[in-house]
Design a protein around this ligand. Structure first.
Ligand code: KIV
Length: 275
């Protein structure tokens, strides 16, 4: 008799229930193989639109399309079993109207099988978030530095470093929580502001360049692995894979040029004939 152990995937309500509890571990992934590794350790895997920079060498996330997000979302779902997979809604796919947001988010849920989507923006997105949540789309919000707004804000600068500026971030965070978001990413804001936002809302805050007081943390995987050429101040490199990959590829090139690879262990011999 074979016994199949069912692995239950975390859901948006499971993540919401973690408010104030053990910190949520979140990372980005865009591929099945990295998703498989992250799934052993993470509560949430975000298929971030940072894939525009990481996978495609783009300067910003603005050119990323819904099709790109769906393709990589599907790959991450195939590679994972347990973590909640959240797929970013790319620029231009949700801002025009709440109906546009719902229809595109429904496509993401149906075509990838993921458990939630993420949208950038605070107060201005509240009505849209409420509309989506009421219709069955779990939404993670994203406030503070919102990279999709780069052409309006001008640079990827930390936000809220003057206390006089805090009110709008508080309004944004409260508005998305009130609208029904199950969690909110707080990106690149002054540490005391992130702490204050976390204390003010009833949903988990997921910090990136924010505060250890947040209910969870997220980083772009390639940034923390040392694979990204430039990283913001808030990134801690947990390893430096770049030089290891460089060394491996250099060794491969030497062996191929010397016809030392493939060796006897890496080629197929003929079948031995039975006499
Ligand atoms: O796109 C992304 O990777 C993100 C994280 C940095 C939060 O939105």
């Amino acid at each position: 008799m074979s016994v199949q152990q069912e692995i239950k995937r975390l859901t948006a309500p499971d993540i919401l229930a973690r408010k104030g509890g053990e910190p949520l571990v979140c990372l980005t992934s865009y591929h099945a193989h990295t998703a498989r590794i992250l799934d052993q350790h993470c509560d949430v895997i975000l298929v971030g639109d940072s894939l525009g920079m990481v996978m495609h060498g783009l300067e910003t996330t603005v050119p990323v399309t819904l099709e790109m997000m769906i393709l990589q979302g599907l790959a991450v779902m195939r590679g994972s079993k347990r973590a909640l997979v959240v797929v970013d809604m790319p620029f231009g796919s949700y801002e025009a109207s709440k109906e546009q947001a719902f229809l595109n988010a429904a496509r993401v849920l149906k075509e990838t099988g993921c458990g939630a989507v993420k949208v950038e923006g605070g107060k201005r997105m509240a009505e849209t978030i409420a509309f989506m949540v009421e219709r069955g789309v779990p939404v993670m919000a994203h406030v503070g530095l919102t990279p999709q707004a780069i052409n309006v804000i001008g640079s990827f600068r930390a936000q809220g470093r003057e206390e006089s500026d805090w009110a709008r971030f508080e309004e944004d965070t409260l508005a998305v929580a009130e609208a029904g978001a199950f969690s909110v990413v707080v990106e690149a804001v002054a540490e005391p502001l992130a702490r204050k936002l976390t204390a003010a809302v009833r949903i988990p805050t997921i910090g990136i360049g924010a505060s250890a007081a947040c209910d969870g943390q997220i980083l772009v995987l390639e940034d923390m692995l040392g694979l990204s050429p430039r990283v913001p101040k808030f990134v801690k490199r947990y390893t430096d894979l770049g030089p290891s990959i460089d060394k491996a590829v250099a060794n491969y090139a030497v062996e191929v040029r010397a016809r030392a690879f493939p060796g006897a262990a890496h080629v197929y011999a003929m079948k031995t004939k039975k006499l």
